[in-house]
Write a protein that binds this ligand. Structure first.
Ligand code: ATP
Length: 892
């Protein structure tokens, strides 16, 4: 018999499990040993050897290898071997860096791996989806992605969207009863939930029937190797830049070779010169260093509790100009405590903090027993019935499992002495219409001991009030009048003005035999019992984070489903709502076209009583105004807005799988301050990339100019190809990496956000590169000419001096690159990686010059003290010239 055709007991027997207790941990280990992990096999990974050889397929490296081959054929073995050795060293560095980058991205993937709820030894726990075994009892609710194939055994308005398997995006209603005859069509399996599909509504519990490659998804897994683009805009731009540089280099090469041949140099020398020039022009190490800088930045973000799911977001973060943040849990702590009760015109207060279920009830300033007042008693018990939260005793106090709003209602009732157990014995739940943030309420149909049926509803007070035709007033039910309605409204406003989140509770009696099919039928003609007001304190670090964002030119906007007055009160406390700012509510937003919203969007800092669909409208309007928008969200309905925002942010704790999958960034701690930290890191990563682009390109420009001017002046080659290669591939690499690890300048969060379409060379970077390259080239050439003149006939000595001058000038220049201002703007020892890498590059240079066995390979000879003084003097000129001009400009 198929699982679809079995009833609950048969399923339990077949899988040797029980819906009440789930599997035991020992049994899970046995099953895991037998059938392995719940994983889909991934496509072939690139092997290490392939990755290593991939380092050599670069166009320039091929040109080099061709040149080497030719010089080998011409009998220049030593040159050929040296070039090959350098290419291999470069390949190893590139391989190592790419491996590292790949590993950290892999680690990212496992951090954002999906989790599922299963019952083990009678307790619900959350585990990574790969640890699920056949027979596990699993629960899932709206927004979850199903982690294995499951035979559904309980449902609450469960609907699942199976487009991942069927392509059909309309959700399918699911049930728990056995099917008479099971077909093989996925679309007909009404009591199965499949791995990879998504719960779009309601919730369910079921038993896992297959895992991993045995699931319906596993059978088509090969089709699913979807590749996400992991290249950032900057990487793409650099790739284009690389192409331009190659073309320019080849043209220059041609020009030089032609001039040289006309001047009477022999063709072989000119060929080598051409290749050296080409090598000089191209920043071979750049793409690898960019990748490494991005991946290291991503790791730093993880330490700050932000997980980047899409690499391009790292760059976009630095451009963010507006952050739209949810209130509950992100700006506030989401630790709700009921402090006020209102019913029949009386306001009670409740003492106690957090989820500790002890506290007193006060009315008119005096302690009272909550049970004295029948309506208050009913307000508390119904708040506990229409509620899924569970309070558990953890090691460090109480832990709330479930929605914190419901947790607060539960604890309030417990303070009055009610327990889940005694209510469960009095009321059984017949049906539930789950909470949904667009409807802003939920309800249950329950039966009491005497067989009477009720609808118990709770929700946002203004919404619930609209669905009531009567009210409990002094223990009596009265029809709603304008006057009574106004009193309730005043009470709602009064609680909201104290920054309290308010929930209203209502009920109605229904006939035990009546069949209520949908929420609109259940949630009408209700009797309102009263209100419960709860505090949700702001997160202490948020106020400063909001201010820091404002200083950085980033506006923070609060978006909440909560009441306007509550939202305003909290937004003012946090410095989000300031004088002159506007507050819009959901109704006003609905009435506006996107164009109308655009006219005011810059002034609005709080959106209250919004539904998730409104978020998309807000994103669109902000983007039309040229903003780069970061938008947070957690629910299924938030996904479209998260997707269309420039930076979609999902909550790691409260977020649904759907929201996480749509997002570019996941906050592990759900905290607004983490967004700020990620933006700061995003800005820093970009600035660091600019730093080493500036360093490497200026160095390349310097190298080209030395060679080019020497040719024009009819001089011999000041540097030979092996030396240029050595500088480009070996001595430059480490300092450039160290720039990628630099700390941000103090003012990173005091500048305006970067424009998203800003080019690589914006903000004066192009000029800095060219002018600095020109200076480095000139001093190298000058040193070469001076030494060549005073030691006629000793070309190798002059070349060695030029080599040392070039290296030293670059290693001094690298310290300039740490600041957009000047070398003196920052402590040169502030980045110890940089100091270390510069020292190691200097040592490498000395080895190449003084270590005898290497001298014939690099065409070097030992340098005397006099020339060292010249080299140091020459190499320092560019920095002092530029620093001098900076000081002169400053003093003006
Ligand atoms: P955010 O600030 O993250 O948008 P929110 O919690 O204010 O969050 P929703 O979760 O959409 O937004 O809630 C909207 C309103 O619905 C709340 O203000 C509250 O009055 C009501 N509400 C929230 N949770 C429940 C619940 N579990 N049952 C009934 N009503 C609820």
């Amino acid at each position: 018999m198929k699982f679809q055709e079995m009833d609950k007991e048969e399923v339990e027997a077949a899988l040797q499990t029980s819906i009440e207790r789930g599997l035991s941990e020992e049994e899970v280990l046995v099953r895991q040993k037998k059938s392995g992990y719940n994983e889909l096999q991934e496509g072939e990974k690139q092997s290490a050897i392939l990755l290593f050889f991939a380092q050599f397929k670069d166009f320039m490296v091929l040109v080099l290898l061709a040149a080497t081959l030719i010089s080998g054929l011409l009998g220049e073995y030593i040159d050929a071997i040296a070039i090959i050795a350098i290419v291999i060293v470069n390949g190893i560095l590139g391989f190592y860096q790419e491996r590292r980058a790949e590993r950290s991205l892999q680690a990212l993937k496992s951090l954002s791996a999906p989790q599922v709820h299963v019952k083990r030894d009678g307790e619900w726990i959350k585990i990574p989806s790969r640890e699920v075994v056949v027979g596990d009892i699993m629960k899932f609710s709206s927004g979850d992605r199903i982690g294995a194939d499951v035979r559904i055994l309980q449902t609450t308005s469960l609907e699942i969207e199976e487009s991942a398997l069927t392509g059909e995006s309309v959700p399918v209603a699911k049930k728990s009863e056995a099917l008479k005859q099971a077909s093989d069509q996925i679309g007909d399996q009404e009591n199965l939930a499949f791995m990879g599909t998504m719960v779009s509504r309601g919730s369910g519990v079921g038993s896992v029937i297959s895992i991993g490659m045995d699931t319906a998804m596993g059978k088509i897994a090969d089709l699913l190797q979807s590749a996400e683009t992991m290249e950032t805009p900057l990487q793409r731009r650099l790739e284009q830049l690389g192409k331009i540089l190659i073309t320019t280099a080849l043209l220059l090469t041609l020009l030089v070779v032609v001039i040289g041949v006309i001047q009477g140099h022999d063709i072989y020398t000119m060929f080598l010169a051409g290749v050296s020039l080409a090598v000089a022009a191209i920043p071979e190490g750049l793409p690898a260093i960019v990748t490494v800088a991005l991946s290291l930045g991503v790791q730093r973000m993880i330490k700050q509790k932000a997980i980047v799911r899409k690499l391009p977001a790292v760059e976009t973060l630095g451009c963010a100009s507006v952050i739209c943040s949810d209130k509950t849990g992100t700006l506030t702590q989401n630790k709700m405590t009921v402090t006020h009760l209102w019913s029949g015109g009386k306001t009670w207060t409740v003492t106690g903090t957090g989820y500790e279920p002890s506290g007193e009830f006060h009315y008119e300033g005096k302690p009272r027993q909550a049970l004295e007042d029948k309506t208050i008693q009913q307000l508390l018990t119904f708040g506990m019935i229409c509620n899924h939260a569970e309070l558990k005793q953890g090691e460090n106090g109480y832990i709330m499992d479930g929605d914190p709003t419901e947790g607060a209602l539960l604890v309030a009732a417990m303070k009055a002495g009610f327990t889940r157990e005694n209510l469960a014995s009095q009321f059984t739940i017949v049906k539930e219409f789950p909470f949904d943030s667009a409807r802003k309420m939920m309800s249950m149909i329950v039966k009491d001991e005497r067989g009477r049926s009720f609808v118990v509803a709770k929700g946002a007070p203004d919404v619930l009030l609209g669905r009531c035709d009567s009210i409990l007033w002094g223990e009596k039910r009265q029809f709603m009048t304008d006057n009574l309605q106004k009193q309730v409204q005043d009470a709602i406003d009064g609680l909201a003005a104290q920054a309290l989140r308010t929930i209203a509770i209502g009920f109605k009696a229904v006939s035990p035999n009546s069949v209520i099919l949908d929420d609109s039928e259940a949630e009408k003609e209700l009797t309102i019992i009263g209100l419960q007001g709860m505090i949700d304190p702001p997160r202490p670090e948020v106020k400063d984070a909001v201010k820091e964002c404002r200083d950085a030119g980033i506006k923070t906007v609060m978006i909440t489903g909560d009441h306007v007055t509550t939202a305003k009160a909290i937004a003012s406390q946090l410095g989000i709502l300031r004088k002159g700012d506007l507050v819009l509510d959901g109704a006003a937003l609905s009435a506006m076209e996107v164009e109308e919203l655009e006219n005011v969007v810059d002034k609005v800092s709080v959106y209250a009583r919004v539904s998730p669909e409104h978020k998309l409208k807000i994103v669109k309007a902000l983007q039309k105004k040229g903003h780069v928008v970061a938008m947070t969200g957690d629910g299924v309905n938030d996904a479209p807005a998260i997707k269309s925002a420039d930076i979609g942010i999902a909550m790691g704790i409260t977020g649904t799988d759907v929201a996480k999958e749509a997002s570019a960034l996941v906050l592990l701690d759900d905290n607004f301050a983490t967004i700020k930290a990620a933006i700061k890191e995003g800005r820093n990563i970009y600035e660091n990339i600019r730093k080493f682009i500036r360093y490497l390109l200026a160095s390349n420009v310097g190298e080209i100019l030395v060679m080019f001017f020497a040719m024009l002046l009819g001089l011999p080659l000041p540097l030979i190809p092996v030396q240029i290669l050595w500088v480009n591939l070996v001595t430059d690499g480490l300092p450039a990496m160290a720039l990628g690890l630099d700390q941000p300048e103090e003012n990173v969060m005091q500048r305006k956000p970067r424009l998203p379409n800003e080019g690589v060379f914006a903000r004066g970077l192009g000029w800095k590169i060219i002018s600095r390259g020109f200076l480095i080239g000139s001093v190298t050439l000058a040193a070469f000419m001076i030494v060549y003149k005073s030691n006629p006939g000793n070309l190798v000595y002059a070349q060695t001096v030029a080599f040392a001058t070039l290296v030293l000038a670059q290693l001094i220049h690298v310290f300039d690159c740490r600041s957009e201002k000047s070398i003196f703007a920052r402590n040169p020892f502030g980045n110890l990686y940089l100091v270390g890498s510069v020292i190691s590059s200097l040592l490498l240079m000395l080895v190449v010059i003084y270590y005898k066995p290497l001298q014939p390979i690099f065409h070097t000879v030992p340098i005397r003290l006099n020339e060292w003084l010249l080299i140091i003097g020459m190499a320092s000129i560019p920095t002092f010239l530029l620093a001098g001009s900076f000081l002169a400009r400053k003093s003006k």
